[in-house]
Design a protein around this ligand. Sequence first.
Ligand code: NCD
Length: 305
Amino acid sequence: MKHLIDPTDLTVQEIDDILDLAIDIINDKEKYQDACKRKKLATLFFEPSTRTRLSFEAAMMELGGNVLGFSSADSSSTAKGESVGDTIRTVGCYADIIAMRHPKEGAPLLGSFVSDVPIINAGDGGHNHPTQTLTDLLTIKREKGRLNNFTIGLCGDLKFGRTVHSLIKALSRYEGIKYVLISPNELRVPEYIITEVFKKNNIEYKEVTTMEEVMDELDIIYMTRVQKERFFNEADYIRLKDTYILDKSKLKTAKPDLSILHPLPRVNEISTDVDSDPRACYFRQALNGKYVRMALIMTLLEVTV
Ligand code: NCD
């Protein structure tokens, strides 16, 4: 039995297979409509979510399966003091697979140690978000036609942004990717990413503080929200929250085939005047999230059609 806790729990081959399956699902949805008939997915969300939880639920429904779960810790026995381990053991009696989001780094990993069913990390604190990474990879593959040889700019809260950490880990295994890390000094990517991923694998990266200075170099720009809920001090959040706002004028020097990604939700990082630009991929990206989760659920449940 396999869990998905960290994006590197999947080999490059397994990721490529999941993306290929997602593309097949997109091309022939009817073929998969009963793939998970009589199977149940539990979504245990101890933190807010719109896209991740609903796309997981929609994914299972489109596979002919059923869903159960909760969307806040207050409405579960966590409010009575139950441990993550006991919650997971219990839910494993009712569901075939579990997607779990938790504010504490490592909580889904802990859950996986005691679980009798596959656990999917749907976001653990500021650490990882592997299913957003699968969503991002499918989006890049569909927009660019490849997962190698490009320059990606990651912009915003690179310190607390779990989607950024997971995306870097996964992409670093593909050839010819250059990283431009755009953040204020306080929100730079954690040191372990620099040493364990970039330096260890001899990957080209640079750190800058403005998007204007690098815009013309980028094939992809991945915008992120400043992660308000991870700040210790509200004054710091207020000072940093609007550091980067991508608008039409900043795109003047951008490549004509730039792809603009954002895991969403956006706050102010992308002005709505960018939404109608064909290079804006973020709502297509949200849709890809459903298809890639369908492919992931099938893979972890080992069902085929
Ligand atoms: C992201 C997350 O939860 O980390 N959202 C998502 O799952 N699409 C990004 C964010 O909240 O900023």
